[in-house]
Design a protein around this ligand. Sequence first.
Ligand code: ZN
Length: 155
Amino acid sequence: MDVRAAPAPWERPTPAGDAGGGEFWAAAAEGRLLIQRCRACAHLQFYPRQLCTRCGGTPEWQQASGHGTVYTYTVIRQNGARPFNAELPYIVAVIELDEGPRMLGNVTDCSPEEIAIGLPVVAYAVLAAEKVGIPFWEREHPGTPIRRSRDTSAS
Ligand SMILES: [Zn+2]
């Protein structure tokens, strides 16, 4: 995935490397989006865990494509905390990766009127600190009309 410089100064919380997450953030800083794959049964999962949620086996990291679709989302219109209050309104979405697992993140190039379930998105990383990349999402096909399920104009 594309790696971009953070807006200066970076005011969002910077993730700590707990629960094995340090590898996730470090890989994102290098442009790699990681999920976990079980060594025993090949089950894919995210967020990172010590055990496979299907069989209890030991997961290892696997690089994901960075492509997915919006599974669901919400538009945040009120947040009094810096720096988020300067970004209102913004979109928090659950992204279903092409590989299957779902990942929470911000979709940054959509207005509240443009975001839609099923929208194809692609990940990019913002460098929050040395060896800490934060994945964000944007439309895979910017500029194309967004068709909503309730849109009957084409029929
Ligand atoms: Zn397993």
